[in-house]
Ligand binder design. Structure first.
Ligand SMILES: O=P(O)(O)OC[C@H]1O[C@](O)(COP(=O)(O)O)[C@@H](O)[C@@H]1O
Length: 344
């Protein structure tokens, strides 16, 4: 029987669609000799829930799931229907596999513990970030952090399993539901981005080994609350204006962060007189993006400390966030120090 060797097509007629997320996760898992595959399955479960949430957000206007859910969450925010739907979808997907023992969600007042305690991972998640943009067709996202529990598997979840500093994350990432849908994640070995191809129902590697430019031309901050900023920040913003830098603020953290990660820039949500600890949440917003930022060569600070070194003390605690290109964040911190020295 005659056989012939497979020679990859050279005609260029059928463009390669690239590496699927599944295959990429499998390949990366093989890098870890003793990998059990649980983290890989957990990442796949997150990707599956993301596909469903992507479908829901795309057709929200048609399926009457836009608008308020008529309930206020523990942050005092008016929960949107899609906030609740996204929360249900991720909870369901993460409860199925058995890899997860507990979840911290922006939409749940308390830690959600799964019956099956054999899971070794704890997930912190903002199921739908950028709620104020849901109904107006502006990019929104999902943000997730993954930790290994520290107490024995199978035992009762304890505070130390939940209150872990960001520098103990085993993985983190975000999904951006925008002009295209992307999933970007790290397991501490660089950052990779995958674009969703709805017609095939697959995420494909589109942004391998993402690196943030060391400097940038974009600054992202809600200047509507300018009067509540401290003098150090006001002087930095004057500097940005004098340099004719570009002001870009979508009002969806994931979207602003993603743009600045690709193009170079800085996102700032500071402490203000009305929000003395800032607005964003440490456990399921800042930590995840700080891990991604650092893995891509960028920086994340609360103005005083590295975000990843902040020891959490409460589930929904807020933190000021200064995140983005290294040179820009370092400059803000230097100006802050100068002003705080003058005050002292
Ligand atoms: O409207 P503000 O005060 O500028 O806040 C916008 C920020 O708040 C957030 O919407 C907070 O996230 P949630 O939508 O998940 O609550 C960020 O996405 C965004 O960057």
């Amino acid at each position: 029987m005659k056989v012939k060797k497979y020679i990859p097509d050279q005609s260029g007629l059928a463009n390669s669609v690239g590496v699927t997320l599944d295959r990429f996760i499998k390949k990366k898992q093989d890098d870890f000799t003793f990998a059990s595959g649980e983290l890989s399955q957990l990442l796949r479960d997150i990707a599956l829930a993301a596909k469903i949430v992507n479908r829901e957000t795309n057709r929200a206007g048609l399926s009457r799931i836009s608008g308020s859910f008529g309930h206020t969450n523990i942050q005092g925010e008016d929960q949107q229907k899609l906030d609740v739907i996204a929360n249900i979808r991720f909870m369901r997907a993460l409860s199925k596999g058995g890899e997860v023992c507990a979840i911290i969600s922006e939409e749940d007042d308390e830690v959600v513990e799964f019956k099956n305690k054999s899971g070794k991972y704890v997930v912190a998640i903002d199921p739908l970030d950028g709620s104020s943009n849901i109904d107006v067709n502006v990019s929104i996202g999902t943000i997730f952090s993954i930790y290994r529990r520290v107490t024995p598997i199978g035992s009762q979840i304890r505070t130390e399993d939940i209150m872990q500093a960001g520098n103990t994350q085993v993985a983190s990432g975000y999904i951006i539901y925008g002009s295209s849908t992307m999933l970007v994640y790290t397991t501490g070995r660089g950052v990779n981005g995958f674009t969703y191809e709805p017609s095939l129902g697959e995420f494909f590697l589109s942004h391998p080994d993402m690196k943030a430019p060391q400097n940038g031309e974009i600054y992202s901050i809600n200047e509507g609350i300018y009067n509540q900023f401290d003098e150090g920040l006001k002087s930095y913003l004057q500097l940005c204006k004098s340099r004719k830098l570009c002001a870009r603020y979508i009002g969806s953290l994931v979207a602003d962060f993603h743009r600045n990660l690709l193009k170079g820039g800085i996102y700032i949500y500071p402490a203000t007189s009305s929000l003395p600890n800032g607005k964003l949440r440490l456990l399921y917003e800042a930590n995840a993006l700080a891990f991604i930022a650092e893995q891509a060569g960028a920086v994340a600070s609360n103005g005083t400390n590295r975000i990843l070194d902040v020891m959490p003390t409460s589930l929904h605690q807020r933190t000021p966030l200064i995140i983005g290109s290294k040179k820009m964040v370092d400059e803000v911190l230097a100006i802050n120090n100068k002003f705080s020295d003058q005050i002292l």
